[in-house]
Design a protein around this ligand. Structure first.
Ligand code: GLU
Ligand code: ZN
Length: 492
């Protein structure tokens, strides 16, 4: 067995909120790392904070990961299921004199903290119970049921590690107080629960947000005290909004589920998230998920905070839309169309080839699935919704335009169903333009508005083909009736 198969990483979200952009990016990096190296990706829900955790949030986190395609190999484990082990680990350290009981009440500690602050000093626990309570007395008071916490005894020296992103990071132990590992109610403090779980789950690389850097020296001390191997650490930089401030609701959607609702493709979201704080070292931006797996490395993670740029996401989404085969887009597009009440599954099944062709036609210009829906409307809805700007631009000379549309209508009426395709329609339109002594554009633009209501569309001949003869002729009729009025509205 090669040792890469022993690589184990985890994503350990706290279900106190939805899966947000930063969490999703951490999950993605862990997943990419595991898939790149054939390692194991563990999902652990850190739900020890009962009051703030909810199953609704857990569900949303799982849904977000499923949507992104980040499948986990083990779990979801629940941190709260490990309470007995967390407690046992704390007691093991107590037995080994790596930790001690603290009987100081919260009130006494608060007073001491306030006094230190008044002297403008940093308060650190003063080791009162280490110095003044003998081991025998400590055991006796605990046995008598006196409330106490368990504190870790921080040794002298310094604690450092070679972070895969930040290089050597070093903390003076003197700056760490003897931190609590077990509360007086017997529940573990975060740092103990995480270390106990990561040991139990044999995690070899801890890749997480760099807001955890200050926890890391404490965690390393716990690994050592528990005689466990210290994993590798990689702390990824945080994500900022375009204004340089930490990403928050102010910057728009931060929950991954909202992007699904906005019609972003999961593969575009994955591509986008991967490039925040990581780079493949090449001048390319569009990657499939497989290409990302092939390229992912810890060396490519940058130290500098990443920026969340919604414009880039939109652009990447458009790029992925146009590159994704119609068959793959079909389920997502169908859901949108059916939910919008434009068509039924049965109707789509009856014209499946036409439908797949339409998806291929429209995907080139759509920025997201909602945009796709907007563009697809004219092919399903009975009429068109005319865009004001398009009317102003292409229907302005009412009489002339109406006459041209009339001529186009009559000419198209002579085209047979079997010639109703781009090759058959284009010469007919161009010949008519010549006869009328005008440019093809003067027919194409108003006709596009007439049949789609919009300013832009794929090639008009493709559009007419997709619409079919009957719908095209009806729309041209409707336009001829509307043009004088529409031109009247928009004329200066
Ligand atoms: N549960 C922690 C969080 O959501 C992550 C802990 C870790 O990755 O070590 O911030
Ligand atoms: Zn104490």
């Amino acid at each position: 067995m090669s040792d890469s198969t022993d690589l184990r990483v985890r994503f350990a979200p706290s279900p106190t909120g939805y899966l947000h952009v930063g969490g999703a990016r951490t999950a993605l990096f862990n997943w990419l790392y595991a898939r790149r190296h054939g390692g194991t990706f563990v999902l652990r829900i850190e739900d020890t904070d009962r009051a703030r955790s909810s199953t609704e949030h857990t569900r949303a986190i799982l849904d977000g990961m499923i949507w992104l395609g980040l499948d986990w190999d083990e779990g979801p484990y629940h941190q709260a299921d490990g309470l007995d082990r967390h407690r046992a680990d704390a007691l093991r350290m107590l037995e080994a004199d790596k930790a001690y009981r603290c009987f100081c009440s919260a009130g006494v500690l608060d007073e001491k903290r306030a006094a230190a602050q008044a002297r403008k000093e940093n308060w650190r626990y003063d080791r009162h119970c280490l110095r003044n309570v003998t081991p025998e007395e400590s055991a006796r008071r605990a046995a008598a049921g006196e409330p106490h916490t368990i504190r870790f005894f921080v040794p002298e020296g310094k604690t450092e590690w070679d972070d895969a992103v930040h290089g050597v990071v070093s903390f003076a132990n003197a700056d760490l107080e003897d931190f609590i590992i077990l509360r007086s109610d017997g529940t573990p403090i975060y740092n103990l629960a995480v270390v106990s779980d990561d040991i139990e789950m044999r995690i070899t690389l801890v890749l997480r947000g760099d807001d955890h850097i200050s926890n890391t020296p404490k965690q390393i001390l716990l690994y050592r005290a528990l005689d466990a191997a210290v994993p590798r650490f990689a702390h990824v930089p945080m994500i900022l909004g375009a204004d340089g401030k930490r990403l928050s609701k102010r910057h728009g959607a931060t929950a991954i589920g909202e992007y699904e609702d906005q019609g972003i493709l999961p593969q575009a979201m994955v591509n986008f998230l991967a490039l925040i704080g990581w780079g493949p070292g090449e001048e390319r931006e569009i990657f499939t998920i497989d290409e990302l797996i092939e390229r992912f490395s810890l060396e490519g993670i940058v130290r500098k905070a990443g920026v969340f740029d919604p414009t880039k996401l939109e652009w990447l989404n458009g790029q992925h839309l146009s590159r994704t085969p119609a068959l793959e887009l079909e389920p997502m597009v169908t859901e949108k169309l059916v939910n919008a009440g434009l068509v039924t599954h049965t109707e789509l099944d009856e014209r499946r080839d036409w439908y797949l062709h339409l998806i291929d036609l429209l995907k080139e210009r759509a920025r997201n699935l909602d945009d796709f829906l907007r563009q697809a409307r004219p092919y399903f809805a009975p009429g068109v919704a005319y865009d004001d700007e398009a009317l102003a631009k292409h229907w302005k000379n009412a009489e002339e335009t109406a006459a041209r549309m009339r001529a186009l209508h009559d000419r198209f009426a002579t085209v047979s169903e079997s010639d109703w395709n781009p090759e058959g329609l284009e010469p007919v339109l161009r010949a008519l333009a010549d006869e009328l002594g005008t440019s093809a554009a003067k027919l194409i633009h108003p006709a596009r508005v007439a049949v789609t209501g919009m300013n832009v569309s794929p090639s008009i001949f493709q559009v007419l083909t997709a619409l079919g003869k009957k719908k095209t002729l009806t729309r041209l009729e409707q336009a001829i009736e509307r043009i004088p009025a529409a031109a009247g509205q928009v004329a200066p």
